[in-house]
Design a protein around this ligand. Structure first.
Ligand SMILES: Cc1ncc(COP(=O)(O)O)c(C=O)c1O
Length: 413
């Protein structure tokens, strides 16, 4: 007898990250930490090998009254002060000036998930990047949706041509366009689109919106670890150019921003030209919130609000230390990769650098051969992800060369 719903996909979840993280952990226990290169973990780690928990975030969190931690949130859409603080933090640094509403969500995952299920129903198609965070596809599958993919790159640039091709195909079958754009600091390649590329994307969406409503889900999970935090919001200025039939949902996450992955706090910020479009979406998202997670941890919201309003300078200074550290790691890796001819996707900033290996069967062999050398990475579509967010600088040096040698020996057979 089968108990699960008829439409459920019974295939067990194989999480490419968690399984290899466990292997690396075991190897470190058996062979000693210094003999293992663990570039799997997608959280920020200091060079001492420990998870970073920012003092400018957690000292205050620890001091929050227990009753504030115990209490329900003030509303299903989130605490009013949190919703305002999210807008101030995420959108206000740009010149974007659109009708808006913020919905508090359990992390960026909750924001993307509520967006996907608000805009699309079973049988419809979600457009995602070909190289992407695995959860997008899972979200589509779990909701009976299909996916269509666009190529991320044309040489070293964003592949708008591929976006156009994919969107046009979907428009022939469906009355709307819903596309995920994970930018800036794309996971897993570390690419960030230029303002010009965003301008062109918005112009294309406007063109499509003459016949189809178009929704851009902009996943900004890693934005606060850009190398240029002063200008990283500039691309949002282009949002002002959207037509009445384009809507943007910006999905942000406190996980990376505050190094608080386990606190499950994020937001979906709805942006549109018309107030009624925003309200329409807000109504559905609020009901979805009530029906799934109900409300977001009260103290997590209160803490975010305090950090970005009252402790902003100190927080930004502490965060900057780690941006600089990641920059040191990624620059060293990229310099050595260039020297030895190891091919990587066009990295600009962020948590991950990804080796370019078009053939997934070659990728599998390289990944396995690296594990034999006690080097742990994560397989992604057409590549191997190196988490510079967690890889100590002393283990970064020399790594590109070993990877290149490994790749070469796999290719030689
Ligand atoms: C691209 C991307 N988006 C969103 C998220 C969401 O993270 P969280 O749900 O912890 O906020 C992640 C986490 O790894 C991610 O890599």
């Amino acid at each position: 007898m089968v108990f699960i719903r008829k439409s459920a996909d019974p295939t067990p979840l194989v999480d490419a990250v968690f399984s290899v993280v466990a292997m690396a952990k075991k190897d470190k226990l058996e062979n000693g930490d210094e003999n293992v290169v663990d570039a799997t973990i997608g959280s920020l780690y200091a060079d001492d090998g420990k998870l970073v928990a920012l003092h400018t975030v957690f000292d205050h969190y620890d001091a929050i009254d227990q009753r504030v931690k115990a209490a329900y949130a003030a509303g299903l859409k989130g605490n009013p002060s949190y919703r305002e603080a999210v807008y101030e933090w995420v959108i206000a640094p740009s010149k974007a000036d659109l009708c808006h509403s913020v919905i508090a969500t359990p992390g960026g995952t909750g924001a993307i998930s509520v967006a996907v299920t608000t805009f699309l129903g079973a049988g419809e198609t979600l457009i995602i990047p070909e190289i992407a965070w695995g959860s997008y596809r899972l979200m589509a599958n779990e909701n009976g949706m299909k996916t269509a993919t666009y190529h991320m790159f044309d040489g070293d640039q964003f592949n708008l041509g591929s976006v156009k091709e994919t969107v046009r195909k979907v428009m022939q079958e469906q009355d709307r366009v819903v596309i995920i754009v994970n930018d800036p600091c794309h996971n897993p390649t570390g690419y960030s689109m230029t303002v010009q590329e965003w301008q062109e994307l918005i112009a294309f969406m406007n063109e499509c919106s003459k016949t189809h409503p178009c929704i851009i889900i902009n996943d900004i999970a890693y934005i606060d670890y850009s190398n240029d935090t002063d200008h990283v919001h500039d691309y949002m200025d282009t949002f002002n150019g959207i037509s009445d039939n384009v809507l943007i949902t910006v999905c942000s996450s406190c996980s990376k921003t505050l190094t608080s992955y386990g606190l499950r706090c994020g937001a979906a910020t709805i942006l549109a030209k018309k107030e009624e479009s925003v309200r329409e979406v807000e109504v559905i998202m609020e009901k979805k919130a009530r029906a799934t997670w109900s409300n977001i941890p009260n103290a997590a919201m209160e803490n975010f609000t305090w950090v970005v309003r009252e402790n902003r300078e100190a927080f930004e200074a502490e965060k900057q230390e780690y941006i600089d550290l990641m920059k040191q790691r990624s620059s060293l890796f990229l310099k050595e990769a260039k020297e030895c001819g190891l091919e990587v996707y066009p990295y600009k900033e962020g948590f991950f650098v990804t080796l370019k290996i078009e053939d997934n069967s070659v990728r599998d062999k390289v990944h396995e051969a690296l594990i034999e050398k006690h080097i742990y990475t994560v397989k992604v579509n057409h590549g191997i992800r190196v988490a510079v967010c967690s890889l100590p600088l002393r283990k970064t040096g020399g790594l590109a060369k070993v990877m290149k040698e490994t790749e070469d020996s796999v290719l030689k057979g």
